[in-house]
Ligand binder design. Structure first.
Ligand SMILES: [Zn+2]
Length: 400
């Protein structure tokens, strides 16, 4: 007689999961060692690690594992080995740089604006990172995405930030954010152009107060570089950047620094704005008060589906060396965590997975484009599972 339960997968024990995972981590470490650092970039290293797949036989189960099956803590040894290799590579690159080339000249420049990157390119080095969001209350992708990342990090504890060299304020204009308007006058109790933080003469006293306090905070810092993140409905490119406070055509080291930084952050379109246009912006305000202060405005699409705002912000902070004590593997860790933080379901409700079984043969795609609701599988406690029944707020969403 055929048992009716024959095809029901048996959940493996915690012990067999743990031993499968440590076996897989060793295989992943061997795989990571084979990466070709001659063609290193953070993206290519991440994609390489992401291509790792292994099957571990445990009891009656075949357990499929890849990099998303592990927490960053479980990958710590691999990250340490990446750190060591990249630091070694950078030392060699510095030793071999030709000082007669443009790159060599930048590296030896007195300005100390540059450093050698792990890929052999000379990179802009931000002294003190200032990250701003929510200057306009209806431009919310950075504040919302950072909130999500912070909540995610409270669970995973993957990132720590050195707050002595960074100032982050993603909710600059609280009244405008609360009312979801570009500007908001507390006195008038309504949207008002007089309360636009990006104006040079602000007649609304409450808004002028917010701006003065913010400028004081920033100008207290040593060589602050401000990344002021906005949204733009008109932007066709995935993201564009306006570099404020520079005259078109004045190609100096500072301008080169900003262009290289924008490229480093993955900005697709760079606009060099006339100082007249930039007047009143945070960048222009800090620049006019402190010659060592500088920055750029980033405009990300309003419907930031690919969470570019968070990506750009994290790249900026990690490039400044203030995330996880500046260890190079942070960028790989970041990619992984961004994907997992933003792969969570959009609903505010509680998702209850009623039944699940092991994922046997599905090539998982947990990209943010595939929210959990739409796929049949997910990672649960660091383990790939097939979802048989899914409930949201008591209502059955899916049943196989
Ligand atoms: Zn704006």
């Amino acid at each position: 007689m055929i048992s009716p339960f024959e095809n029901v997968p048996v959940e493996p024990s915690r012990e067999s999961i743990d031993s499968s995972k440590s076996e897989a981590v060793e295989l992943l470490a061997e795989f990571a060692d084979k990466y070709d650092y001659e063609h290193f970039s953070f993206e290519s290293l991440y994609l390489y690690l992401k291509s790792f797949r292994t099957e571990i036989l445990s009891g009656g189960n075949t357990i499929n594992l890849d990099i998303d099956s592990f927490s960053n803590q479980e990958l710590e040894d691999i990250y340490q080995s990446i750190d060591a290799k990249l630091e070694q590579r950078r030392r060699e690159l510095i030793d071999n740089v030709d000082m007669e080339t443009d790159e060599g000249r930048l590296l030896s420049s007195e300005s100390r604006l540059w450093e050698m990157g792990y890929d052999g390119k000379v990179k802009p080095k931000v002294q003190t990172a200032v990250l701003l969001g929510g200057v306009h209350g209806d431009e919310r992708t950075l504040p919302e995405q950072l909130d999500k990342l912070v909540r995610h990090n409270e669970k995973t504890r993957d990132f720590h930030i050195d707050h002595s060299r960074v100032y982050i304020n993603s909710k600059v204009n609280v009244p405008a954010l609360e009312n979801n308007t570009r500007a908001f006058s507390v006195d008038k109790g309504q949207l008002s152009e007089d309360a636009d933080l990006n104006r040079s003469e602000i007649s609304d006293s409450y808004t002028a107060g917010i701006k003065n306090e913010l400028l004081e905070e920033i100008l207290r810092l040593d060589k602050p570089f401000v990344l002021d993140m906005h949204n733009d409905r008109e932007t066709i490119d995935p993201h564009a950047v306006i570099i404020g406070g520079e005259i078109v055509g004045a190609v100096d080291e500072r301008l080169l620094f900003k262009i290289r930084l924008a490229m480093e952050l993955g900005i697709g379109r760079i606009i060099i704005a006339d100082p007249e246009i930039a007047k009143g912006t945070m960048i222009s305000e800090v620049g006019s008060r402190d010659v060592d202060a500088d920055g750029m405005v980033i405009e990300v699409n309003t419907d930031d589906k690919k969470f570019e705002s968070a990506k750009i912000a994290l790249k900026f902070l990690s490039g400044a060396g203030v995330v996880n004590d500046g260890r190079p593997s942070t960028q790989v860790m970041m990619q992984k965590e961004l994907e997992s933080a933003f792969a969570l379901p959009k609903s505010e409700g509680e998702v209850e997975i009623v039944q699940y079984s092991l994922n046997r043969d599905i090539d998982r795609d947990l990209s943010p484009a595939n929210p959990v609701m739409g796929v049949e599988y997910m990672v649960l406690n660091g383990f790939p599972v097939v979802i048989r029944k899914l409930k949201l707020d008591g209502q059955i969403l899916r049943e196989v």
